[in-house]
Unconditional design. Structure first.
Length: 132
């Protein structure tokens, strides 16, 4: 079984996230999502999520492409996660291109093109201005 792992916040879940998860799953037979915890988001990514970790986890688990959701609590865990979960492929959007090449000695590293014109920030900004 070819296992794929990816990481992210996935707040205000949108079709850009779904496109990423679909393409990630297509690279193997089993997709693990390491979901940023509320503490990690706030302390390290300076992101205040609209949905809590539990709510974001529940939504991801409902997606047909996702097989397992685990917590992402720090930047350093990727090296151990890849071994712990037996991941053959690490996948993430190309906004991170090159940032995780250090994993190449443990697994394949794939940066997928981001879906244009959509982001959680864009959704929040649009709503502040009264919506689309
Ligand atoms: N994404 C995408 N297209 C978009 C928006 C997001 O392909 N229009 C991808 C991102 O590249 C990422 C995933 O969807 O691979 C989740 O995006 P975020 O929730 O913004 O995750 P991020 O903050 O990039 O967290 O340790 C890695 C970090 O946890 C990644």
């Amino acid at each position: 079984m070819k296992k794929v792992i990816t990481y992210g916040t996935f707040d205000l879940l949108h079709y850009g996230h779904i496109n990423l998860l679909r393409r990630a799953r297509e690279l193997g037979d089993y997709l693990i999502v390491a979901l940023s915890t509320d503490e990690f988001n706030w302390n390290e990514k300076h992101k205040k999520c609209y949905f809590s970790y539990a709510e974001r986890k529940m939504m991801l688990e409902a997606i047909r492409y996702v097989d397992l959701v685990v917590p992402e609590e720090n930047w350093e865990q990727k090296n151990t996660d890849v071994v712990k979960y037996g991941a053959d492929v690490f996948v993430i959007g190309d906004d991170w291109k090159g940032k995780f090449d250090f994993l190449k000695d443990k697994c394949e590293v794939v940066y997928l093109p981001r879906t244009p014109e959509i982001s959680t920030t864009q959704i929040k900004d649009s709503l502040k201005e009264g919506g689309k």
